[in-house]
Design a protein around this ligand. Structure first.
Ligand SMILES: [Zn+2]
Ligand SMILES: [Zn+2]
Length: 133
């Protein structure tokens, strides 16, 4: 089974993920832009049972557009947001794909909040994404 390790910048907070993610998406919403400092977020959803978390994390909770809270976990040392627990999908953990630092990680297949997308981002249409809202 495929094992991948997601790590914050300083390496203190690590997630070992067994098997394949259920969903890989990009999100262009302003919250993901602010959270990452990039112009879109890329994330992979796993079942909690697939994931082993090591190290300490600081939680920050914000309300999504749905009005449901999502708790983001970041490293208290380097402040990377490594994972979060999505509202509406209990038992799941969503991991920021960049934390794997693995160019062979499977590509996203879903794109959301494209109305907030920077015009150049993803060179629109060149990835075989579904566009969901
Ligand atoms: Zn760190
Ligand atoms: Zn977003």
């Amino acid at each position: 089974m495929m094992t991948r390790v997601a790590s914050c910048s300083c390496g203190q907070l690590r997630l070992t993920c067994e098997g394949e993610p259920a969903r890989i998406s990009v999100c262009h919403c302003f919250e993901c832009q602010r959270r990452t400092g990039s112009v879109f977020g890329t994330q992979a959803r796993f079942s909690l049972k697939q994931v082993t978390i090591e190290g300490s994390a600081t939680q920050w909770t914000r309300l999504g557009d749905s009005g449901q809270p999502t708790a983001f976990s970041s490293c208290p040392v380097c402040a990377s947001t490594v994972y979060w627990e999505p509202n509406g999908s209990p038992g799941s953990v969503v991991v920021a794909v960049g934390m794997f630092a693995d160019p062979s990680f499977p590509p996203p297949h879903v794109s959301v909040y494209e109305e907030r997308q920077h015009e150049w981002a993803l060179a629109a249409g060149q990835l075989p994404l579904q566009h969901e809202f």
